[in-house]
Design a protein. Structure first.
Length: 228
Protein backbone atom coordinates (compact mmCIF):
# COMPACT_ATOMS: atom_id res chain seq x y z
CA UNK A 1 0.00 0.00 0.00
CA UNK A 2 1.24 3.55 -0.78
CA UNK A 3 2.92 5.38 2.10
CA UNK A 4 0.93 8.62 1.51
CA UNK A 5 -2.34 6.75 1.69
CA UNK A 6 -1.25 5.05 4.89
CA UNK A 7 -0.26 8.42 6.36
CA UNK A 8 -3.60 9.92 5.36
CA UNK A 9 -5.49 7.08 6.96
CA UNK A 10 -3.43 7.41 10.13
CA UNK A 11 -4.06 11.18 10.26
CA UNK A 12 -7.78 10.66 9.89
CA UNK A 13 -7.71 8.01 12.55
CA UNK A 14 -5.81 10.36 14.91
CA UNK A 15 -8.32 13.11 14.19
CA UNK A 16 -11.14 10.74 15.01
CA UNK A 17 -9.47 9.77 18.30
CA UNK A 18 -8.78 13.42 19.20
CA UNK A 19 -12.44 14.21 18.60
CA UNK A 20 -13.47 11.48 20.97
CA UNK A 21 -11.12 12.80 23.66
CA UNK A 22 -12.36 16.41 23.35
CA UNK A 23 -16.00 15.32 23.64
CA UNK A 24 -16.99 17.97 21.08
CA UNK A 25 -20.41 16.86 19.91
CA UNK A 26 -20.48 19.56 17.23
CA UNK A 27 -17.56 17.97 15.43
CA UNK A 28 -18.85 14.41 15.79
CA UNK A 29 -20.67 14.28 12.41
CA UNK A 30 -17.55 15.49 10.56
CA UNK A 31 -15.34 13.02 12.41
CA UNK A 32 -17.83 10.25 11.71
CA UNK A 33 -17.84 11.16 8.03
CA UNK A 34 -14.06 11.12 7.92
CA UNK A 35 -13.97 7.81 9.78
CA UNK A 36 -16.55 6.31 7.42
CA UNK A 37 -14.63 7.53 4.38
CA UNK A 38 -11.40 6.12 5.79
CA UNK A 39 -13.13 2.85 6.56
CA UNK A 40 -14.51 2.66 3.03
CA UNK A 41 -11.11 3.42 1.52
CA UNK A 42 -9.48 0.84 3.76
CA UNK A 43 -12.08 -1.73 2.72
CA UNK A 44 -11.35 -0.98 -0.93
CA UNK A 45 -7.66 -1.54 -0.42
CA UNK A 46 -8.34 -4.69 1.55
CA UNK A 47 -10.51 -6.00 -1.25
CA UNK A 48 -7.86 -5.05 -3.81
CA UNK A 49 -5.23 -6.91 -1.81
CA UNK A 50 -7.51 -9.94 -1.51
CA UNK A 51 -8.22 -9.83 -5.24
CA UNK A 52 -4.52 -9.64 -6.01
CA UNK A 53 -3.84 -12.60 -3.76
CA UNK A 54 -6.67 -14.52 -5.39
CA UNK A 55 -5.32 -13.75 -8.86
CA UNK A 56 -1.90 -14.94 -7.79
CA UNK A 57 -3.41 -18.11 -6.36
CA UNK A 58 -5.39 -18.71 -9.54
CA UNK A 59 -2.24 -18.15 -11.60
CA UNK A 60 -0.37 -20.70 -9.51
CA UNK A 61 -3.25 -23.18 -9.87
CA UNK A 62 -3.34 -22.59 -13.62
CA UNK A 63 0.39 -23.13 -13.88
CA UNK A 64 0.18 -26.30 -11.80
CA UNK A 65 -2.71 -27.55 -13.92
CA UNK A 66 -0.77 -26.80 -17.10
CA UNK A 67 2.28 -28.63 -15.77
CA UNK A 68 0.11 -31.61 -14.83
CA UNK A 69 -1.56 -31.60 -18.25
CA UNK A 70 1.82 -31.47 -19.95
CA UNK A 71 2.97 -34.40 -17.83
CA UNK A 72 -0.17 -36.35 -18.68
CA UNK A 73 0.26 -35.53 -22.38
CA UNK A 74 3.88 -36.69 -22.33
CA UNK A 75 2.81 -39.88 -20.55
CA UNK A 76 0.05 -40.52 -23.10
CA UNK A 77 2.43 -39.88 -25.97
CA UNK A 78 4.99 -42.27 -24.53
CA UNK A 79 2.27 -44.85 -23.89
CA UNK A 80 1.01 -44.49 -27.46
CA UNK A 81 4.51 -45.03 -28.85
CA UNK A 82 4.97 -48.05 -26.57
CA UNK A 83 1.61 -49.50 -27.65
CA UNK A 84 2.49 -49.04 -31.32
CA UNK A 85 5.79 -50.84 -30.80
CA UNK A 86 4.09 -53.64 -28.87
CA UNK A 87 1.47 -53.97 -31.63
CA UNK A 88 4.20 -54.12 -34.26
CA UNK A 89 6.07 -56.76 -32.25
CA UNK A 90 2.86 -58.75 -31.75
CA UNK A 91 2.13 -58.69 -35.48
CA UNK A 92 5.68 -59.79 -36.23
CA UNK A 93 5.45 -62.64 -33.73
CA UNK A 94 2.06 -63.70 -35.11
CA UNK A 95 3.45 -63.67 -38.66
CA UNK A 96 6.44 -65.78 -37.63
CA UNK A 97 4.18 -68.22 -35.79
CA UNK A 98 1.89 -68.52 -38.80
CA UNK A 99 4.85 -69.10 -41.10
CA UNK A 100 6.30 -71.67 -38.73
CA UNK A 101 2.96 -73.52 -38.67
CA UNK A 102 2.44 -73.30 -42.43
CA UNK A 103 5.97 -74.25 -43.46
CA UNK A 104 5.62 -78.05 -42.80
CA UNK A 105 2.30 -78.11 -44.68
CA UNK A 106 3.84 -76.42 -47.71
CA UNK A 107 6.73 -78.86 -47.67
CA UNK A 108 4.23 -81.74 -47.60
CA UNK A 109 2.42 -80.27 -50.59
CA UNK A 110 5.75 -79.94 -52.43
CA UNK A 111 6.56 -83.56 -51.60
CA UNK A 112 3.23 -84.68 -53.07
CA UNK A 113 4.00 -82.56 -56.13
CA UNK A 114 7.35 -84.32 -56.51
CA UNK A 115 5.59 -87.67 -56.52
CA UNK A 116 3.13 -86.50 -59.16
CA UNK A 117 5.96 -85.23 -61.36
CA UNK A 118 7.82 -88.51 -60.95
CA UNK A 119 4.67 -90.45 -61.83
CA UNK A 120 4.09 -88.42 -64.98
CA UNK A 121 7.71 -88.73 -66.05
CA UNK A 122 7.80 -92.50 -65.51
CA UNK A 123 4.48 -93.25 -67.19
CA UNK A 124 4.68 -94.84 -70.63
CA UNK A 125 3.63 -92.57 -73.50
CA UNK A 126 0.19 -93.27 -74.92
CA UNK A 127 0.08 -95.79 -77.78
CA UNK A 128 -0.91 -94.71 -81.24
CA UNK A 129 -4.54 -95.24 -82.11
CA UNK A 130 -5.39 -98.23 -84.31
CA UNK A 131 -7.54 -98.03 -87.40
CA UNK A 132 -10.53 -99.40 -85.51
CA UNK A 133 -10.23 -96.78 -82.80
CA UNK A 134 -9.77 -94.03 -85.32
CA UNK A 135 -12.82 -95.30 -87.18
CA UNK A 136 -14.94 -95.25 -84.01
CA UNK A 137 -13.37 -91.94 -82.89
CA UNK A 138 -12.71 -93.31 -79.42
CA UNK A 139 -9.94 -92.50 -76.94
CA UNK A 140 -6.73 -94.10 -78.16
CA UNK A 141 -5.71 -95.84 -74.91
CA UNK A 142 -6.81 -96.26 -71.32
CA UNK A 143 -3.72 -94.43 -70.07
CA UNK A 144 -4.81 -90.99 -71.25
CA UNK A 145 -7.43 -90.35 -68.54
CA UNK A 146 -4.94 -91.43 -65.87
CA UNK A 147 -2.24 -89.10 -67.14
CA UNK A 148 -4.80 -86.35 -67.54
CA UNK A 149 -5.86 -86.77 -63.93
CA UNK A 150 -2.25 -86.58 -62.70
CA UNK A 151 -1.64 -83.48 -64.79
CA UNK A 152 -4.77 -81.78 -63.46
CA UNK A 153 -3.79 -82.59 -59.89
CA UNK A 154 -0.30 -81.25 -60.52
CA UNK A 155 -1.70 -78.01 -61.93
CA UNK A 156 -3.97 -77.69 -58.93
CA UNK A 157 -1.08 -78.12 -56.50
CA UNK A 158 0.99 -75.58 -58.42
CA UNK A 159 -1.91 -73.12 -58.11
CA UNK A 160 -2.21 -73.76 -54.38
CA UNK A 161 1.50 -73.06 -53.96
CA UNK A 162 1.33 -69.96 -56.13
CA UNK A 163 -1.60 -68.60 -54.08
CA UNK A 164 0.65 -68.84 -51.03
CA UNK A 165 3.49 -67.14 -52.89
CA UNK A 166 5.56 -70.32 -53.24
CA UNK A 167 7.44 -70.39 -56.54
CA UNK A 168 10.00 -72.81 -58.01
CA UNK A 169 13.60 -71.70 -58.38
CA UNK A 170 14.88 -71.63 -61.96
CA UNK A 171 18.45 -72.94 -61.85
CA UNK A 172 19.09 -75.06 -64.95
CA UNK A 173 21.44 -73.29 -67.34
CA UNK A 174 22.52 -70.79 -64.72
CA UNK A 175 25.60 -70.60 -62.49
CA UNK A 176 25.45 -72.77 -59.41
CA UNK A 177 24.29 -70.83 -56.32
CA UNK A 178 25.08 -72.54 -52.99
CA UNK A 179 22.46 -70.51 -51.15
CA UNK A 180 19.69 -71.94 -53.34
CA UNK A 181 20.82 -75.43 -54.20
CA UNK A 182 22.96 -78.41 -53.25
CA UNK A 183 25.15 -80.15 -55.80
CA UNK A 184 24.36 -83.88 -55.66
CA UNK A 185 26.30 -84.81 -58.80
CA UNK A 186 28.79 -83.43 -61.28
CA UNK A 187 29.36 -84.08 -64.95
CA UNK A 188 31.94 -83.14 -67.51
CA UNK A 189 30.69 -81.39 -70.60
CA UNK A 190 33.20 -79.39 -72.63
CA UNK A 191 30.36 -77.60 -74.42
CA UNK A 192 29.10 -76.05 -71.19
CA UNK A 193 30.96 -73.60 -69.03
CA UNK A 194 32.28 -74.80 -65.72
CA UNK A 195 29.95 -74.21 -62.74
CA UNK A 196 26.72 -74.18 -64.73
CA UNK A 197 23.74 -76.21 -63.49
CA UNK A 198 23.13 -78.93 -66.09
CA UNK A 199 20.19 -80.71 -64.51
CA UNK A 200 17.83 -80.80 -61.58
CA UNK A 201 17.22 -83.90 -59.45
CA UNK A 202 14.81 -82.12 -57.12
CA UNK A 203 13.23 -78.72 -57.61
CA UNK A 204 13.86 -75.91 -55.17
CA UNK A 205 11.21 -73.44 -53.98
CA UNK A 206 11.08 -69.90 -52.63
CA UNK A 207 8.46 -68.72 -50.16
CA UNK A 208 8.19 -65.01 -50.88
CA UNK A 209 11.85 -63.98 -50.44
CA UNK A 210 12.80 -66.91 -48.19
CA UNK A 211 14.21 -70.24 -49.32
CA UNK A 212 11.62 -72.89 -48.52
CA UNK A 213 13.47 -75.89 -49.94
CA UNK A 214 16.89 -76.07 -51.54
CA UNK A 215 17.17 -77.68 -54.94
CA UNK A 216 19.31 -80.73 -55.69
CA UNK A 217 21.18 -80.23 -58.94
CA UNK A 218 23.87 -81.59 -61.21
CA UNK A 219 26.72 -79.17 -61.86
CA UNK A 220 29.20 -79.10 -64.70
CA UNK A 221 32.77 -79.59 -63.52
CA UNK A 222 35.22 -79.54 -66.40
CA UNK A 223 38.91 -80.08 -65.91
CA UNK A 224 39.45 -77.40 -68.49
CA UNK A 225 36.54 -74.97 -68.72
CA UNK A 226 35.48 -74.24 -72.24
CA UNK A 227 33.40 -71.19 -72.97
CA UNK A 228 30.66 -71.56 -75.54
Amino acid sequence: MNADIKEALLDRFRTYLDGLDDGDSGNEPAVMDQSSEASDLFSVFVELAATRNEVRAQARLTKDAFDQFRGVFDTLQASHAAMEQELKDARSRAREQNRAALRPLLLDVIDVRDRLVAGLNSAAPPLAAGWFSRWRRQTPTAEDPWREGLAMTLRRLDQVLADRRVTPVELVGRPFTPSLARAVATIEDPTIADGIVAGEARAGFLWEDELLRAAEVTVVRNRTAVAI
